[in-house]
Design a protein around this ligand. Structure first.
Ligand code: 16G
Ligand code: ZN
Length: 529
């Protein structure tokens, strides 16, 4: 019986060595790498159960994204490459935290409650980022899978979105692509090569990538071998000397609103930063006066939505295109999307799963968090309509050509989750098509100055929010106090929410000037505290 074996291995090699409570949060488990050994073993076991339950291959990614190098984490990936279904998050949390002696009972409970057929074969795909603790944790995961009687494939070092892609490939009989690193690059670079416009006036085919000293560096080098004749890529923070995410990476650049360490910005050149597992991307550039400009997730979303809207109209297609944002989206971006692009926009709570879920409601759903995590989802209906349009003889040649272009764009996009590499190619494709430089892209709208702060409080759970985290419902009087402060500022907007990944409360404020945004954030921070 597997459960006896699981318990024996757990007792001999993967005992729980501390009593810290670890929760499966917005992006899986995330804490100090040294506290995760037993969690990884148990998640290996749970991935096998999930695989038997779904009768499909399940993924497990070992990473702590943009967190410091000593942190680590794991998240499970469901069959279509999406995040683990939320009802299993609490199962994962419980299994990770119980005492060693209770594992047998707990596993039996899960099997019974979820009606899992133990004779069903199981398969788990796993990969890891470049953290020092990742390899050891991958071994613990593998032992869990093995003890539970599952098969597995270790992909070694991959970005998070690559692992999501692999899972989707295997579960769709390779219709989505080949589940290999080479298959991934082949799919996206073939699409890119087909569509990319060379010979431009304003658009220059060169980029500087800050790889956050992480897995993105390894994968960007591989990408470069496919595209070096088209784009010149200069790689910085490539992991050869600096620490992962230390003063660099997408999160640092977005929050600090300045260029990362190790990059001397050449005016006009497009720069971009990945995060530690390369599922986020932000662009930035210096203008001729050396002023720093950030092109964040909102700017990417509007660029992409505008491009897709154009292609749809050029193909004579009327599909329902929508954009999904969070409360962090800059007010100017929401105005621009609604009034200029005239694309419907929805606002949801922070966290990829919420955005992804909402985007599924559209024929073509573009979703992006301001922090640079996002992608585009094409419904089956959209796929079918676009594919039919490429062959529709009642359409003009030009319309069919635009439809083919749209069909190829689908292959360029990793629809399972935000993907820095695929998003980068998408941005480069749009810019080359429009023949825009960074300045022209940036001109679509001007960001309202904004500021984010962290506030340490005794118990962040007392803060409760509603309306996609834009208002608080508790503690009593907090929202009124924020409203009062905001009303004193031109274009003022501010909200607070408890972080889902750190023991802090986050404050966001925007206003007409830099000084006012900073002041409003500080004032709101003071009423939270
Ligand atoms: C996680 C989320 C990210 C979100 C962030 C918010 C995923 C894969 N990642 O990194 O989408 O923006 O948490 O963190 O869902 P916070 O709750 O600490 O502000
Ligand atoms: Zn990440």
């Amino acid at each position: 019986n597997n459960i006896k074996l699981i318990c024996a291995v757990s007792k001999s090699k993967f005992r729980k060595k501390h009593s810290k409570f670890i929760q499966y949060g917005t992006a899986g488990f995330r804490t100090k790498g040294e506290d995760l050994e037993h969690v990884l073993f148990r998640m290996g076991v749970l991935a096998v159960l999930r695989s038997k339950f779904k009768k499909a291959t399940i993924g497990a990614m070992i990473t702590a994204s943009h967190n410091p190098e000593e942190d680590n984490g794991v998240k499970l990936v469901d069959p279509m490459g999406e995040m683990l279904e939320s009802s299993w998050e609490s199962i994962a949390t419980k299994l990770a935290n119980i005492d060693d002696e209770d594992i047998e009972t707990e596993l039996n409970t899960i099997i019974k409650q979820e009606n899992i057929d133990e004779n069903q074969p199981a398969n788990v795909f796993f990969a890891r980022d470049t953290r020092p603790s990742s390899e050891h944790l991958a071994n613990a995961l593998e032992e869990g899978i093995c003890a539970a009687g599952g098969n597995s494939q270790n992909f070694g070092l991959l970005t998070t979105p690559q692992l999501h892609y692999m899972v989707r490939c295997i579960n769709t009989n390779n219709n989505y692509g080949q589940p290999t690193e080479a298959g991934y690059f082949k799919k996206i670079t073939t699409a890119f090569r087909t569509l990319y416009k060379q010979e431009n006036k304003n658009y220059k085919a060169s980029l500087v990538i800050d790889a956050a000293n992480g897995i993105g560096a390894i994968q960007a080098k591989l990408l470069n071998t496919h595209l070096k004749d088209l784009i010149q890529i200069e790689l910085k923070n490539d992991g050869t000397s600096g620490r992962l995410n230390h003063d660099c990476g997408a999160d640092y650049v977005k929050v600090q609103q300045k260029s990362p360490q190790g990059i001397d910005m050449e005016p006009g050149t497009r720069h971009l930063s990945f995060d530690g597992d390369a599922d986020r991307i932000v662009y930035y550039f210096a203008d001729k006066d050396n002023t720093f400009h950030l092109l964040d997730g909102d700017k990417i979303a509007t660029l992409v939505a505008g491009y897709l809207k154009n292609l749809m109209s050029e193909s004579g297609l009327t599909l329902n295109l929508g954009l999904v944002q969070t409360a962090y989206a800059n007010g100017s971006s929401t105005d621009y999307i609604t009034n200029k692009l005239q694309v419907p926009v929805a606002c949801v709570s922070t966290g990829v799963k919420h955005l992804h879920h909402k985007a599924l409601e559209f024929d073509i759903g573009v979703y992006f968090e301001a922090n640079g995590h996002g992608t585009v989802l094409f419904s089956d209906k959209a796929n079918q309509i676009i594919s039919n349009a490429t062959k529709d003889t009642s359409k003009t040649e030009a319309q069919r050509k635009s439809a083919s272009c749209l069909l190829t764009v689908i292959d360029l996009i990793n629809q399972t989750v935000g993907d820095a590499i695929s998003d980068m190619l998408l941005v480069e494709l749009v810019l080359s098509t429009q023949d825009w430089d960074a300045e022209q892209w940036n001109q679509a709208y001007i960001d309202l100055p904004n500021r984010q702060l962290k506030v340490k409080v005794k118990d962040r759970s007392v803060i409760q929010t509603t309306n996609a985290e834009r208002k608080t419902t508790a503690p009593v009087g907090l929202q009124e106090a924020i409203d009062k402060l905001v009303s004193g500022y031109l274009k003022g907007r501010s909200f607070v929410r408890p972080s889902g990944t750190e023991d802090i409360v986050r404050v966001y404020a925007e206003a007409d000037t830099r000084a006012n945004a900073d002041k409003l954030a500080a004032e709101v921070g003071a009423v939270v505290y």
